[in-house]
Design a protein around this ligand. Sequence first.
Ligand code: FE2
Length: 236
Amino acid sequence: MFIKQFKYHNDNLAYLVYGETAAVAIDGGAVKEICNFLSKKGLTLQYIFNTHNHGDHTSGNRGLLDATRASFVSVKDLVSPHNQWMIEQTPIIIYETPGHTRDSICFHINEWLITGDTVFNGTVGNCFTGDETTFINSLKKIMTLDDQTMIYAGHDYVRPAMKFAANHEIDVSQVQLFLEAYHPDHVYSTLKQEKSHNPFLRLNHPEIQQMLIDHGLPVKTETERFQSLKKIEIWD
Ligand SMILES: [Fe+2]
């Protein structure tokens, strides 16, 4: 089983997971590149999936449907307990991770976790549901996975996220290491790295709490710390 990442719309990331003959597209916005890749490798696109229902993630669905014989499966059908998903002999495990949106999901295939806008490499998505507590619980669910799980996010926000982490974390050596290894053509991190440099996975660490107190922001609960971190996040 293999995974191939495609960049589109500047920072969106699309994925093809494929075996000997079959492939699955997740947030397949890079339609032309994906179709070229499928024909070059002699692959049949089986399914078209999305991590959630935002336009920048679903924009490739129509084009892929027109160009292939794949089936589109909605998030609702993906999470139905009556359904199980496989690519060739490999199971596709789906976690419901509400927070960014109510319908946000992550796909776990082998050691890969395709996270959409739930976890990015170095930060997390905006909480459009307004329910940070639920978002934090989704992050905690992800944090129980193996440390070597590879995080494949829905956007490449590595540079602004690392700038934010470097400005606000006590130990910047992990951030430095991550930036040195960063390559825009293949963007990923391990869960272990996220636990050490992603401030939103470190809400209970004393240095994060102290940094927020220094900014005069509320820190009493995890939810307050999440909200406070989002207030000072920079995107330049
Ligand atoms: Fe989104």
